[in-house]
Design a protein around this ligand. Structure first.
Ligand code: SAH
Ligand code: SF4
Length: 390
């Protein structure tokens, strides 16, 4: 098996070079070629000697997943189905906006966690992606979108780990890939522009805080354990109290880590005065994602419970209108219910946005990514069994 250069961060590539009897600083050169220049062939790395290029070409490849399909919605949202072998495909979505471009990246083939309202969860699970398959999605998107980091032409300004899979269930590979996103020899993104979304794997939230405190989003979706147990089953293992305590630790840890980069990525803060700004911690917060399910979690009493539950935890809310998929068994909240819910949270002092639905025509919206999963959990069989028993 050839070595895939996309599997490395600068540090591990340096060690690999050292093991080959090469100078470790070659790693920085190679990282720049692969990720900033976006080359696909070692031959293109013209500042390496011909001998080194020949040696590398014999042992290594730049191996990103191939494209199975490529579709663009009328709103410009673009989705790729990428080939990760053995009839498995993962999805990556690019969402262009006026002043930013967000890439939504997958971390697993399917997902094992079975949240009730999620198409990926419905598909079952096959395997974790490798670091190369994760960063390969950004590498591919940059090339497909005509980015040129060498010339300062950045198209993907933000990355969200919100595609298929639970990123914290694939911790090491996800962290390696995110290191490459932040590395100045590669994509050079600020840690605030890389967001990891989790359904709430508490011990790994702590590990992330200690390892690489990027922006954190939590899929909350319910204001009490009873409802959350149903919607997000991982809650039975790590209930709300533990989850929110981990969020507090995360914010403290992230604040201590500081940030050299002073750009502000959240224009919404400019016009909404928020509790935690008054509390003197202007930059670090978690984002709570809350999928709006009609008559399930969108009623005024849910908003009240949420206000009490969150208290003074530094956060923002992002309400996501439910995106349907076949046999989902849920409906999207009415516009009225969403606006009422939002108004209550804002009144309580929380910055609260409603996520625009993008790319629905190409099944590219939140929760619609089904990819192509050779399920190994026998989920469909279990589901049928349960239906027959009922
Ligand atoms: N596994 C991670 C990240 C992927 S999902 C997580 O659960 O956080 C990104 C967001 O979309 C999550 O908040 C998820 O709960 C939400 N989501 C899932 N299904 C959805 C649907 N059908 N409609 C709208 N949002 C959905
Ligand atoms: Fe997995 Fe996230 Fe979907 Fe839940 S919402 S099933 S954790 S991808």
């Amino acid at each position: 098996m050839p070595v895939n250069l996309l599997d490395f961060d600068t540090h591990s590539l340096g060690s690999w070079f050292a093991g080959q009897g090469e100078k470790p600083f070659r790693a920085r050169q190679v990282m720049r070629w692969v990720h900033r220049a976006g080359v696909s062939e070692i031959e293109q790395m013209t500042d390496l000697s011909k001998t080194l290029r020949a040696r590398l070409a014999a042992d290594c490849v730049i191996g990103a997943p191939g494209v199975l399909s490529d579709s663009t919605a009328p709103d410009g949202t673009r989705k790729w189905l990428l080939d990760v072998g053995a009839r498995n495909g993962i999805e990556t979505v690019f969402i262009p906006e006026t002043n930013r471009g967000t890439l939504c990246i997958s971390s697993q083939v399917g997902c094992a966690l079975e949240c009730a309202f999620c198409s990926t969860g419905r598909q079952g699970f096959n395997r974790n992606l490798t670091a190369g398959e994760i960063i390969g999605q950004l590498w591919h998107a940059n090339r497909a979108l005509g980015a040129d980091l060498m010339a300062g032409r950045r198209v993907v300004t933000n990355v969200v780990m919100m595609g298929m899979g639970e990123p914290l269930a694939n911790f090491d590979a996800v962290v390696t890939a995110m290191r490459v996103m932040l590395d100045d020899h590669a994509y050079g993104m600020s840690r605030r522009r890389v967001t990891l979304s989790t359904s709430g794997m508490v011990p790994w939230i702590d590990r992330l805080r200690e390892t690489l405190p990027v922006s954190l989003a939590i899929s909350l979706h319910a204001p009490n354990d009873e409802l959350r147990d149903r919607l997000v089953p991982i809650n039975r293992k790590w209930p709300l109290e533990q989850l929110l305590a981990a969020c507090r630790r995360y914010i403290e840890g992230a604040a201590a880590a500081g940030d050299a980069d002073d750009e502000d990525d959240a224009p919404v803060e400019a016009f909404q005065k928020v509790k935690w700004q008054r509390a003197g911690s202007p930059r670090d917060f978690v984002t709570f994602e809350y999928v709006m399910l009609r008559d399930v979690n969108d009623r005024p009493e849910h908003a009240e419970q949420l206000v009490d539950l969150i208290g003074d935890l530094p956060c923002k809310f992002n309400l996501i209108p439910f995106n349907p998929f076949p046999d989902a068994g849920f409906e999207r909240s009415t516009q009225d219910a969403v606006l009422r819910f939002q108004a209550r949270l804002i009144e309580a002092g929380f910055v609260t946005t409603v996520r625009k639905t993008r790319g629905q025509e190409i099944d590219g919206a939140c929760g619609q990514l089904a990819g192509q999963v050779q399920d190994r959990t026998r989920r469909a069989i279990k589901r049928e069994g349960a239906a027959n028993a009922a």
